[in-house]
Ligand binder design. Structure first.
Ligand SMILES: *[C@@H]1O[C@H](CO)[C@@H](O)[C@H](O)[C@H]1NC(C)=O
Length: 462
């Protein structure tokens, strides 16, 4: 990376804007004091809601919920587009690091360090901490079951880094860092992991391109270093050292990929920990967990992990029915499986086939007692005056093939969009159905790749 040195000074001047010190309340301190832990049952990390004040990289508290929904729709469109394309198309903005590297003058674009808050993968994603390098430094990372490659913003940020909480990862400060050459097998695996071809730099380093939508992406050097979680250290972890990172990821440093691919964090740690992970996605006022390794199998109800030729890396399930206040929706059972269905940690609002959504909307509205209807809000069209906690909300159950069920609590059914309006937290789609994170909140969800099943258990976190 020596050819990049002329840019280092300019970049460091522009990018050392550390996040302002944040008051960690004693509540947050007590919630995170026991983590991370590596014990005989695996690796246990704390997971934070993207807007939790305890998150190491919380989204701005004044972020309008309509903005969250706009990003959510972009994420869904991106996932749907992935499943719709049979041949992989390169990202809309393939960034040539090679070109930037050859230039010795400080590029003008570096003087206007971004940040166009473009389409984002980060807005709905939960946050945890990952240690990298020797000595290890901790980074706030979003966790994503919808992508595979782990990457983080990486000094000297040849093209662009956004402002992140805490210092940037600096490969030169790590004694265990190595750039991965183009000839490595991991470089070939990038195509499957990112759905974009890899490239090769003039100095023969493998270049990855991870894209998440129209304007959200990370491009940089495929690298390896020791990843650590508390006392657990795992050498030779492959990840992306991001030199051009665009899209609003809050203040997080990067992304942890948990999808089904050899380069994902799950697969890289699995030889030591086992091929499964579980999580509990908390609300914005509590904390949850992400565990990799063994889990308590008795507490879950299971549904088979469905394989799809559309995209081998995503987690497909088969929705088999829904009921409201104990009554099945008035749709033909075949409607539930009329679209491919994935379960996703980063999509906020569950998307259902239009016919199922319409029946759900009608049934919920009819069972809401005297709640007054409110106008539609963004993509949510079944809204009521008041806050979810003050209303009489019917029980909603989502059933899956094999007998697994999510018996949704009020907080999984309605979402407060402002101080006086709450909406059904589902939306219709005609492309890809997605089990989103509002519906998963507070359940333990296990992704057992080894046994090809997904399990749900109530009461995983508060
Ligand atoms: C491992 O640590 C987790 C998280 O603290 C804890 O819940 C679990 O019971 C521990 N397991 C064992 C076997 O010690």
């Amino acid at each position: 990376m020596e050819v990049l040195l002329p840019l280092v000074l300019a970049c460091s001047l522009l990018l050392t804007s550390a996040a302002p010190a944040r008051d960690i309340t004693s509540i947050c301190a007590s919630q995170i004091s026991d983590f991370p832990q590596l014990n005989s049952s695996g690796l246990h990390l704390t997971l934070h809601h993207p807007q939790s004040p305890c998150s190491p990289a919380p989204l701005p508290t004044d972020l309008p919920f309509s903005t969250v929904l706009t990003h959510d729709d972009a994420r869904v469109a991106h996932l749907a587009a992935r499943l719709a394309t049979t041949s992989n198309t390169p990202p809309r903005r393939p960034t040539s690091l090679r070109k930037k590297k050859a230039s010795t003058a400080v590029d003008d674009s570096l003087a206007t360090v971004p940040l166009s808050p473009g389409t984002s993968i980060g807005v709905g994603n939960y946050v945890t901490q990952l240690g990298l390098g020797t000595p290890a430094t901790s980074y706030a990372m979003v966790v994503d079951t919808g992508s595979s490659l782990t990457w983080l913003q990486c000094s000297p940020c040849v093209v662009s880094c956004h402002r992140q909480a805490g210092p940037l990862y600096d490969p030169r400060a790590s004694s265990t860092y190595a750039a991965v050459p183009c000839s490595a097998s991991q470089c070939d695996e990038l195509q499957d992991a990112t759905l974009n071809p890899s490239a090769c730099s003039v100095s023969n380093v493998c270049v990855y391109q991870a894209s998440y939508g129209d304007s959200s992406f990370s491009v940089g050097y495929l690298s390896k270093d020791t990843v650590s979680f508390g006392s657990g250290r795992f050498p030779n972890f492959y990840y992306g050292c991001g030199q051009d990172n665009e899209g609003l990821f809050g203040r997080s440093a990067g992304l942890i990929g948990l999808a089904r691919n050899k380069l994902s964090l799950l697969y890289q740690l699995a030889p030591s920990l086992g091929y499964s992970f579980s999580y509990c996605l908390p609300t914005s006022t509590s904390t949850g967990y992400l565990s990799i390794g063994s889990y308590n199998p008795g507490q879950y109800s299971y549904t088979p992990m469905v394989s799809s030729s559309l995209d081998g890396t995503l987690y497909f399930v088969s929705l088999s029915g829904m009921s409201v206040a104990g009554r099945p929706l008035a749709v033909s059972p075949s409607e539930y499986s009329s679209l491919p269905t994935i379960i996703d940690s980063g999509t906020v609002i569950t998307r259902l086939p239009t016919s199922v959504y319409s029946a759900l909307s009608k049934a919920v509205a009819a069972a809401m007692g005297g709640a007054k209807r409110a106008p539609a809000y963004s993509i949510l069209d079944t809204c009521f005056e008041g806050q979810a906690s003050q209303l009489h909300v019917p029980a909603v159950t989502m059933a899956f093939a094999g007998g697994a069920a999510l018996k949704l609590a009020t907080r999984n059914v309605l979402i407060d969009v402002d101080d006086s309006t709450t909406c059904l937290a589902f939306a219709p789609t005609d492309s890809t159905a997605i089990i989103g994170n509002t519906q998963q909140q507070t359940f333990s969800v296990v992704y057992d790749v080894g046994q090809s099943r997904i399990g749900f258990a109530a009461g995983g976190c508060s």
